[in-house]
Write a protein of this length. Structure first.
Length: 178
């Protein structure tokens, strides 16, 4: 009796065609995924600045007699028997969050409003009349395509040129974020 050999399986050409198709699909999909990731990072940065604005409003009205914190550390400090004015993920000035560096500082021309010892949370710095916060991408066009900033007015600004300056003083390329 004669044995029949079975040649089941794929040829090398068939496998190469499948690999080429997968490569083409990946080449089309990856840039879209990177853009979606950058958009998510930017949305997180805007959310962080909105949280800072809310925290500053609460700090000013309940803790600093109308003044604002100059560092994220001071804004994070909890008053006795309470919680901080911002979440723990924003507790350090210059913190890296979702590919953005988030910082808080006194606004240009800011004056001292309340001495640190008179704030309800024992801030390390005096409360001031204006503040400025910004979130800049760790890698421009890598983790984000625009820098985001805010100030005492509570408006969120954006700049696609890279580093963003204090929006109170800068006129031109800085626009309110959408």
């Amino acid at each position: 009796m004669k044995k029949v050999q079975s040649n089941k399986g794929f040829t090398l050409i068939e496998l190469l065609i499948v690999v080429a198709i997968i490569g083409i699909i990946a080449a089309i999909a990856i840039p879209g995924l990177l853009r979606a990731r950058m958009a998510g990072n930017e949305a997180s940065a805007i959310g962080s600045l909105r949280a800072i604005n809310s925290g500053q409003a609460a700090y000013s009205s309940s803790c600093a007699n109308g003044g604002y914190a100059t560092t994220l550390e001071d804004l994070f400090l909890a008053p006795s028997g309470g919680t901080g004015f911002i979440s723990p993920d924003l507790s350090t000035t210059g913190v890296s969050k979702s590919g953005y560096a988030v910082t808080l500082a006194a606004g240009n021309g800011s004056a001292s409003v309340t001495v640190a010892a008179n704030t309800c949370n024992g801030s390390t710095a005096n409360a001031v009349s204006t503040y400025y916060a910004k979130a800049e991408p760790a890698t421009l066009n890598g983790t984000g395509t625009r820098s985001i900033a805010t100030d005492t007015r509570g408006t969120i600004f954006q700049d696609t040129a890279g580093t963003i300056a204090n929006p109170i003083l800068q006129v031109g390329s800085v626009m309110p974020a959408q």
